[in-house]
Design a protein around this ligand. Structure first.
Ligand code: BGC
Length: 740
């Protein structure tokens, strides 16, 4: 009897399951192929519903299709942590109490690790936080190329080299998207200055576009599989980048077969017909500057709102445009907000803090480490037993640098300052003097600090410096307007807030100075010969102080390498060298006159040495490089060759070295840079240990972009493979020939 009842119950459940299955529309069935689901959902939607999806419904969300149970999308900055909750219809913070997150180091620091595994860990952790915060799209990473040191947003990007940025961006994207959260690689493309960012028109050669500015975006799309791309504010060749036929329809969607969503930068759309026709899918933040300004227009008044609906109804633009946009948005929704298999995520965990700290530790770059006197030993790592009194000087030792900077501003659950971390190590040996004061202002002029206050702060620090054994200077730039901050460029290359005077006066009374520069940009260093130890410390987020202290104490051996060149003088930079039309333009147009010679390509080719070159960074140990060996001196078309080199840790402590491969084309029909980065590997070596590093060279690494042919070409002839510890420190070379 019992058995019979059970069987009947089973049959009932089976029937119910069957009948539910039969009724489940394809678009709701996660087991159906995504393209079928997209087609099914699209076929059920009205024109009005399709148009509604293509523009915002609040500052950071866009609609789904409520009638069909298709959820909306939530977008959030990005790229160094998940931004605090913003109000529905104003730029103000919503003041929630559950949105404090992990602030990860700025992307310049991530690039400086030259460690793709850390990029994956970073992406995965920030993606988990975005997921926990119920965000569907993270507005990052940023991969605009570092063209010159004045760009206020360089700190959010991955340096000056397209190869380095391409390798580093891919694992970040994969790490984030494994959480069912989309990335939005930004700002596509040529948003390389903040001044006049909303309208400046960029002109450049096809060659510079393809060789320098596009590759990281291409890697993000083709290798990273990113689900959204954010258009840039500026114009490119006369058309706004957010609805640009050439950039979006031709390159992104045709050539790279991008199947995701193009979103405007907030306020980046300017015309309904262009937005309809030229590749834009979702319009956000219109009629505002994306940061502070409000508008009286409603969301229906967006370019892709009622005006677009009318154009579709009248036939002025084809229905296929909205079908394409809606299909892409549906695909994004199925990948994210409607993906019921995605993990739940987590926020501000100990694991995420460890990722943030490790990225900081591996990204800090040791620029200089000399003895103060000829017979002395280098100041770093700091031997605490040698010093009774240590003076920390500089506002950045205590200032929160997750605040400011623009849309990347964060509300971290924890932020360990350099001063707090150094006190935790050295206790009451530490005293502190700010030395200077910057005030605070993100989008306007900073309230000036009076000379009397400045003088008093400097005098206090100098007086205290006379009486200590060691100075740890923690200064640099900050996230104020016209520093490392969105919506404005830097005004000067030198350090602000009279820091140069402060540094000189400190050195005059006490030369034992370790300098930690916090910035996302190169700065002028007139005192460089007199400061014995310098570390480039970037912006490190929640774990800033701990990461810095671990490097200064020697707990961690520094292994970061510069992702961009530090020119001696501003005019030594290629973009700046060509004057106003090159940077910043005449307020309407600008031309990239340095062409492909960006960063070290310029310094090398024009023989203008950088103060600290691309790829440079010291360690507390020393490395010895063997002679590079190539597998074949002749490379036939379609073949690959390997270059092998031995690297040995010849010092007393374990350390990591970034071994770099540069390729030089000895003779070509178009001018080429002296050399270009085409490979790198970070190797971990115990004292005395030796490892062999192998690079593979394929013809792709030998190509340049030929404007006349509109394609990448490799020309037969002599090439040189160079192994370096930086772009300016080549340890060995080997020649080979490309033969067709
Ligand atoms: C910035 C973007 C950001 C967006 C949303 C704009 O001001 O340029 O990078 O993602 O605002 O906050």
């Amino acid at each position: 009897m019992k058995k019979k009842i059970l069987t009947a119950a089973c049959a009932f459940f089976a029937l119910t399951a069957l009948s539910t299955q039969a009724q489940t529309p394809i678009y709701l069935d996660k087991n159906q192929p995504i393209e079928l689901r997209v087609q099914d959902a699209l076929s059920r939607m009205t024109l009005e519903e399709k148009v509604a999806m293509t523009h915002a419904q609040s500052k950071f969300s866009s609609p789904g299709v409520p009638r069909l149970g298709i959820p909306e999308l939530w977008w959030s900055d990005g790229p160094h942590g998940v931004r605090a909750e913003i109000e529905w219809n104003s730029w103000g913070y919503a003041n929630w109490t559950n949105d404090s997150i992990t602030a990860f180091p700025a992307l310049t620091c991530l690039a400086a690790t030259w460690n793709p595994e850390l990029s994956y860990a970073y992406g995965n952790a920030i993606g988990a936080e975005a997921r926990y915060r119920k965000k569907d799209v993270l507005l990052g990473p940023g991969v605009n190329m570092y063209r010159h040191p004045l760009n206020g947003r360089n700190f959010e990007y991955m340096g000056e080299d397209p190869y380095l940025a391409s390798i580093m961006v891919v694992p970040y994207i994969k790490g984030v998207q494994e959480n069912g959260v989309a990335t939005s690689t930004k700002h596509y493309v040529l948003n390389d200055q903040e001044l006049w960012r909303g309208h400046i028109n960029v002109e450049l050669s096809d060659r510079a576009l393809h060789e320098i500015y596009l590759p990281p975006f291409k890697a993000a799309v083709v290798d990273g599989g990113c689900w959204t791309i954010m258009g840039a504010y500026n114009k490119v060749r006369g058309q706004h980048a957010c609805h640009n036929e050439f950039l979006l329809n031709k390159i992104l969607k045709d050539d790279w077969a991008f199947d995701g969503v193009v979103v405007t930068d907030w306020g980046g759309a300017h015309d309904t017909k262009e937005a309809a026709l030229y590749g834009l899918d979702v319009e956000m933040g219109s009629f505002t500057n994306g940061l502070t300004s409000e508008s009286e227009f409603g969301y229906n008044n967006y370019y892709l709102g009622d005006g677009y609906l009318e154009m579709l109804r009248s036939g002025e633009v084809p229905m296929s445009t909205v079908d394409d946009k809606a299909s892409r948005i549906l695909r994004l929704i199925f990948r994210t907000s409607m993906n019921i298999d995605r993990p739940w995520g987590s926020q501000a965990t100990a694991e995420h803090a460890a990722v943030a700290r490790t990225v900081g530790e591996e990204g800090i770059v040791l620029l200089k480490n000399s003895p103060v006197t000829k017979k002395g030993t280098p100041l770093l790592p700091i031997d605490g037993s040698k010093y009774n009194k240590i003076l920390v000087v500089g506002e950045n030792a205590t200032r929160s640098l997750t605040q400011g900077g623009g849309s990347s501003e964060l509300k971290p659950k924890e932020e360990v300052s350099p001063l707090a971390a150094l006190k935790a190590v050295y206790g009451n040996k530490i005293s502190y003097a700010p030395g200077y004061k910057a005030g605070r202002s993100m989008y306007g002029n900073v309230e000036p600090i009076s000379p009397a206050v400045e003088d008093a702060l400097r005098a206090e620090a100098v007086a205290m410096a006379q009486d200590v054994d060691l100075i740890i200077y923690v200064g640099g730039l900050n996230k104020n307007h016209e520093q490392d901050c969105e919506a404005g460029d830097r005004i000067t290359y030198g350090l602000p807030f009279s820091q140069n005077q402060l540094i000189e006066e400190l050195l005059a009374v006490n030369p034992n100075m370790v300098m930690s520069l916090l910035s996302g940009n190169a700065v002028e260093m007139p005192w460089v010969d007199r400061v014995p130890a310098i570390v480039q410390t970037w912006y490190l987020g929640s774990q800033a102080g701990n990461a810095l202290a671990n490097v200064l104490t020697g707990e961690v051996n520094p292994s970061g390498k510069l992702p961009f060149s530090f020119p001696k003088r501003l005019e030594d930079n290629g973009a700046i060298h060509y004057g106003q039309m090159s940077y910043p333009g005449d307020s309407i147009n600008q031309t990239y006159l340095e062409d492909i010679l960006v960063g070290y390509r310029w310094h090398d080719t024009k023989k203008i040495p950088a103060l600290y070159p691309f790829g440079y960074g010291l360690s507390y140990t020393t490395f010895e490089y063997g002679k590079p060996q190539i597998s074949s001196k002749k490379l036939l078309e379609g073949e690959t060759a390997t270059v092998q080199v031995k690297v040995k840790n010849t010092g007393k402590v374990a350390g990591k070295e970034v071994v770099q491969l540069y390729i030089s084309d000895k003779k070509s029909s178009l001018p080429r840079p002296t050399k270009e980065l085409k490979g790198f590997q970070k190797v971990d070596l115990q004292p005395g240990e030796e490892k062999e590093v192998t690079f593979t060279i394929t013809p792709a690494e030998l190509c340049y972009y030929n404007d006349a042919l509109s394609q990448w070409v490799a020309e037969p002839g002599e090439f040189e493979a160079m192994i370096g510890a930086s772009s300016a420190d080549i340890k060995g070379k080997t020649q080979f020939e490309l033969v067709f």
